[in-house]
Each structure stands twice: as C-alpha cells, then as structure tokens.
Ligand binder design. Structure first.
Ligand SMILES: NC(=O)c1ccc[n+]([C@@H]2O[C@H](COP(=O)([O-])OP(=O)(O)OC[C@H]3O[C@@H](n4cnc5c(N)ncnc54)[C@H](OP(=O)(O)O)[C@@H]3O)[C@@H](O)[C@H]2O)c1
Length: 273
C-alpha cells in the first residue's frame, strides 16, 4: 500500500487505461488500491488480468472507500454517472474529471454541494508518459487533494494549473486535440513523400524522425519558432519555395480556424452535458 488514497476510475477506455497504467507503473498506487468500472465485461476482465485492479461493470461497486474518483467517461455520459454516484460518495471525496467541455459547475450541481472537483484536460501521449495536462479546481479542493491531482497528472507527463476555467476549453483545442493535428500533418508529409516516389517505409522514417528532432530541438533551443524556421530557409532555396506554397494555401488561417472550431465544440459539449 502507498499513502495515496484508494482510487476509483470510472470509464476504462483509452484515457482510463493510460491513467491506470501510469499510476501503477510510477508506484503511486498498488493494484489493490485501484478499482475500475466499465460497462463492457471484457474491459473489466482486461483491467483485472493485465493490471491486477478490481473491476466491475457497475460504477457504484468501485467507489466505496475511494478517496479519489477519476471520471474518464465521455461528456455525454456525465449526467447519468454523476446522478448514480451522488448517493454513494462522501461529500469530501475528490472528483477528477478529464471530460472535454464538462464544467466544474455542471459537475458540482449534479454532485454534493461543495464537492471537491478537479477538471483536467490531458492528451493521448499520456500513454507513454509524454502527455500534457492543464487543470483547474474548485475552492473546496484541499491542499492535499491538489497534490493528489497534480500527482495523477504528472505521472502522465507535464501539467499546468490554470486559475481560470475558460482556459480549459481553450486548452482542449490545443493540447487535447493537438496530437490529432500533428498526426494529420505527419500523414500528409508521408503521403507527399510517397507521391514524389519515395518508398512508404522510407517516407515514414524521414517524417517521424524529422518531427521528433524538430520538436526536441525547439524545446531545447531558446529561440522563437520563427527564428528556427528562418535558419532553415535560404534565400531562393527549396524551403522558401515550400513555405511560399504553405502560406499561399492559408496554412496559418486553416490552423487558427481549426483550433477555434475545437474550442467552440468543447464549450458546446459542455452545455449539452
Ligand atoms: N482520447 C483523447 O484524446 C482525450 C484527451 C483528453 C481528454 N479526453 C476525455 O477523456 C474522456 C474519455 O475519453 P477516451 O478517449 O478514453 O474515451 P473511450 O475510450 O470511449 O472511454 C470511455 C469509456 O467509458 C465507458 N463508459 C461508457 N458509459 C459509461 C458509464 N455509464 N459508466 C462507466 N463507463 C462508461 C466506455 O465504454 P463503452 O465503450 O462500452 O461505451 C469507454 O470504455 C472523454 O471525456 C474525453 O473527452 C480524451
């Protein structure tokens, strides 16, 4: 046993599995301290077999004795799950929700008055400990509970606390959906390489390592991305010819519109939930 509170994870999908694996492999929790619920019996079997966690298809079965409940369900299931949990959880149990768009106000009104709630937005690189999470919390979250929330998020990668909940919907559009933008960009580059005639495996290797190296370089360098880009762009050269076409095609405008659309959608999902 560790001194971390027993944890119930509601929703054993992609993110639920990533969080569980991260907590167990970092030794924050022992398998005996983790209970998972998911409607699919095969998912429950998976969590027990692979991770050693207790699992049930009924949410109410896993929350007893939990000091922390992680909601890793879809926003559209928020209302029914909160209603189910309300009568069986203590008013001071910490709730950590990773649901896109679902505000702390929406969760508070469905749970107990003053229930401590953390709302976080992680992303899928959390599956390899390289995630980026942004989080905020209600004033009823104690200093110890804040540390517990920070711990959960930091075993999945980096985390940033935000004072304003508005930043969560904005973050959803950047770090939450962000990996998909990067994957689409990589896919487009690989296909362009294949279009020119490169073997696919070679195009994949070139693009993956170029993206990895550029991200690492930008992270370590103290320079603005525009400076790094200028350093690759010789006058009248190949990069300048490519950048001209990217700008002409409206790349920045398209990206800005895409991020804005994700932000609006996050707010819309929250209203529906
Ligand atoms: N994936 C991402 O990139 C990402 C990033 C940041 C945050 N999020 C947020 O994380 C949450 C989970 O996303 P995900 O990608 O892990 O989705 P997911 O793979 O669909 O996981 C959700 C899980 O919840 C289960 N579930 C459905 N109804 C339930 C209920 N009433 N009680 C308990 N479990 C229930 C689902 O089972 P069934 O499949 O049988 O319905 C599924 O296994 C979402 O709110 C999303 O907004 C996701």
């Amino acid at each position: 046993m560790t001194d971390f509170p027993n944890t119930a994870l509601i929703g054993g999908g992609i993110m639920g599995e990533a969080i569980s694996r991260a907590l167990l492999s970092a030794g924050v929790l022992t398998p005996a301290q983790l209970a998972v619920s998911d409607p699919l019996p095969t998912r429950c079997e998976f969590f027990t077999r692979e991770l050693g966690a207790r699992a049930s298809t009924r949410n109410v079965d896993v929350v007893g004795g939990a000091g922390l409940i992680i909601l890793s369900i879809k926003p559209q299931n928020a209302r029914e799950v909160a209603r189910e949990l309300r009568d069986v959880i203590a008013p001071d149990t910490l709730i950590l929700s990773i649901m896109a768009g679902v505000s702390v106000q929406a969760l508070s009104s469905a749970l107990h008055d003053g229930q401590p709630i953390v709302r976080a937005m992680p992303n899928t690189p959390a599956q390899i400990g390289m995630g980026m999470s942004v989080w905020t919390c209600t004033s009823s979250v104690s200093a110890t509970q804040r540390e517990h929330a920070r711990k959960v998020l930091s075993v999945m990668g980096e985390e940033i606390y935000a004072d304003h909940e508005d930043y969560l919907d904005m973050a959803t559009a950047l770090n939450g959906s962000g990996p998909a933008y990067v994957f689409l960009f990589m896919e487009a580059l690989i296909d362009a390489g294949v279009h020119m005639g490169l073997p696919r495996h070679m195009a994949e290797k070139l693009v993956t390592q170029t993206v990895r190296g550029s991200v690492e370089f930008a992270g370590r360098s103290r320079q603005h991305p525009a400076q790094l880009r200028n350093a690759v762009t010789s006058s009248g050269g190949t990069t300048a010819a490519a950048l001209y076409q990217l700008e002409k095609g409206g790349l920045r405008t398209v990206i800005s519109r895409a991020v804005w659309a994700a932000y609006l959608r996050s707010a819309e999902l929250g209203k529906k939930a």
